[in-house]
Design a protein around this ligand. Structure first.
Ligand SMILES: [Zn+2]
Length: 86
């Protein structure tokens, strides 16, 4: 299995050195450091496959972590079910 750092650097290259969320170029320090992001978090049965991974800057990765709390996800899931049913 490839190590995370290598996968991350490959994704950074694929994305043209830019964050998948804010589109700003990565830097070597601070909030714009490239991190490996699971589009679907592991706790929601996300996989380690390339299709579920993206490079995001530390700022975006963190922000998202705060926003994606379980209560909100439950609410969204309910809303989706409702929309499907009507
Ligand atoms: Zn970003």
């Amino acid at each position: 299995m490839k190590n995370a750092a290598k996968v991350r650097s490959e994704l950074v290259e694929l994305q043209g050195g830019k964050c998948c969320y804010c589109g700003k170029p990565f830097r070597t320090n601070g909030k714009r450091v490239a991190t490996l992001e699971h589009k679907t978090p592991k706790m929601h049965r996300g996989t380690n496959k390339r299709s579920n991974l993206a490079a995001a800057c530390l700022g975006c990765n963190k922000d998202r972590g705060h926003k994606m709390n379980i209560a909100k996800q439950r609410k969204e899931a309910k809303a989706k079910l409702k929309a499907r049913g009507s």
